[in-house]
Structure formats: structure tokens, C-alpha cells
Write a protein that binds this ligand. Structure first.
Ligand code: GLP
Length: 243
């Protein structure tokens, strides 16, 4: 628990930088990093960009996999997760374009796109560190309440609550929020050797309580982290209100 979002972001960015550096990635043995979008990781990404600019971390041998993407939004749409990732992180660091993996929500065959994504992760020997956030309903990536805890990358219909929560990015207009997304599964996230989840704000306090104080269950998919041998939740004081 850290005092506020600023301190949470500093902790997480420092942690990610240290893990990459300790790993000493090479082209043959890259550091495989899982990343999420949303407001939670924004400051983390900006701090990583600062570390890069200060010569304290390199992304040259880092390979990334993003958790999710909307179906049907053009890649260059201001609210696509492609745009988000390039604007907040990728275009400011030395990551190689071919090392970035973001699901294509416009692929002709969405199921095939999801299968390919899982195969790419497996080919690289799995994800070393997964950095994620949650929605107020406890969803991890877009694994909405009711998602199987053994789920893999797939097409998912967004919960009404998520559509409302994300409408703020679409001018507050619910009708403009895509209703489908591609998302990694709960098991895809939990297969990572380390999972780090950022939870901040009072609006996430019920989800945090369900995640750590109740049983593992598919209605609050982030609760699966209880079973992870190396799962870490980094939260601010506000998020602990219901604990
Ligand atoms: C979306 C994303 C999730 C993210 C969540 C949290 O639903 N699909 O991956 O964790 O938003 O968003 P925020 O950090 O803005 O609260």
C-alpha cells in the first residue's frame, strides 16, 4: 500500500526497470513483458520513459504483449489501445516495432488472431512479468465477471458496467464505446512468472476487498491472483477503504 497514485506509479516503474535490468535481456533471451492500458498504468509508463531518457533502462531487448484491444476501432483511432501504447510509452523508448504485440481488433478472423497471440507468447517461453490494472468490477484485462479462470485469449462482450466506465474516453457517449473486445484470458495472465496489479482510487475499493478478502471466484476475476506464487498488488490508500 502506498499513499497515493504518484507513489504507486513510482514504485511500479522502479520495480519494472529493476526487473528488466536484473534479467539482462539479449536478442536471444529477451525480457517478455505483459502490459495493460487504462488510466492506472499511464504514470508508470511516463516514469519508465524518464528512466529510459536518463539512460537507466533500455527496451532494446524487451518484447511486449498487451492485454486487450477493442474490436472494430481503427488502429489509429485516438481511443484504440494501439494509439494509447504508442503515445504513452513505445514511441518514446527504443523498443523495436516487431517486438510489440497488440491484438488486432480488425483482423478478418478474430479467433485466429487470438490463437496466434497465445502461440507467440508460448514461442517466447511465456511472460516474465505481467503488469495490469482492473476495472471497478474486478475485471483483469477484459475478463468480465463470469469469465472462466482458465480462459485464454478470445473475443469477449464487454459488461455494461465496463462500457459505462470507459465512456469517459468516448466523450461520455455510451453508444460510441465498442461492445466487443479481444482480451487475454485469466489463465494467460496467471501463467506469467510474475503478476503485478495496480489498483488505485476509492471506486476500486470494493474490487480490492473482493480480490483479497474473499475466495477466488470468477465474478471478480482479479481474485485469481490469490493462487499466483508471485502475485503483487500495488494500491493506494483510497483503494483500501473497504478492507
Ligand atoms: C480497461 C482495460 C483494462 C484496464 C481497465 C482499468 O477495462 N481493458 O485492461 O485494467 O480498463 O482502467 P483504468 O485504469 O482506467 O481504471
Amino acid at each position: 500500500v502506498r499513499q497515493d497514485y504518484e507513489e504507486v506509479a513510482s514504485y511500479v516503474a522502479y520495480y519494472v526497470k529493476e526487473r528488466i535490468n536484473q534479467f539482462q535481456p539479449t536478442p536471444e533471451r529477451p525480457f517478455v513483458l505483459g502490459l495493460a492500458t487504462g488510466s492506472s498504468p499511464i504514470l508508470v509508463y511516463h516514469k519508465l520513459v524518464d528512466f529510459y531518457a536518463a539512460g537507466q533502462v533500455s527496451f532494446e531487448n524487451v518484447v511486449t504483449f498487451n492485454t486487450d484491444e477493442y474490436v472494430g476501432l481503427p488502429k489509429d483511432h485516438p481511443q484504440s489501445y494501439h494509439t494509447f501504447m504508442w503515445n504513452h510509452l513505445f514511441k518514446h523508448v527504443n523498443i523495436k516495432k516487431e517486438n510489440v504485440h497488440i491484438l488486432d481488433g480488425n483482423a478478418n478472423n478474430l479467433d485466429e488472431e487470438c490463437r496466434k497471440f497465445e502461440a507467440e507468447i508460448a514461442k517466447l517461453g511465456g511472460i516474465e512479468l505481467f503488469l495490469g490494472g482492473i476495472g471497478p468490477d474486478g475485471h483483469i484485462a477484459f475478463n468480465e465477471p463470469g469469465s472462466s479462470l482458465t480462459s485464454r485469449t478470445r473475443v469477449k462482450t464487454l459488461a455494461y458496467e465496463t462500457i459505462i466506465a470507459n465512456a469517459r474516453f468516448f466523450g461520455g457517449d455510451i453508444s460510441r464505446v465498442p461492445k466487443l473486445a479481444l482480451t487475454v484470458g485469466v489463465a494467460t495472465v496467471m501463467d506469467a512468472r510474475e503478476v503485478m496489479i495496480v489498483i488505485t482510487g476509492a471506486h476500486k475499493s470494493l474490487a480490492l476487498a473482493k480480490c483479497v478478502e474473499e475466495g477466488v471466484n470468477h465474478m471478480w476475476t482479479v481474485s485469481a491472483i490469490q493462487m499466483h506464487p508471485k502475485g503483487l498488488i500495488v494500491c493506494d490508500e483510497d483503494a483500501t477503504l473497504e478492507l
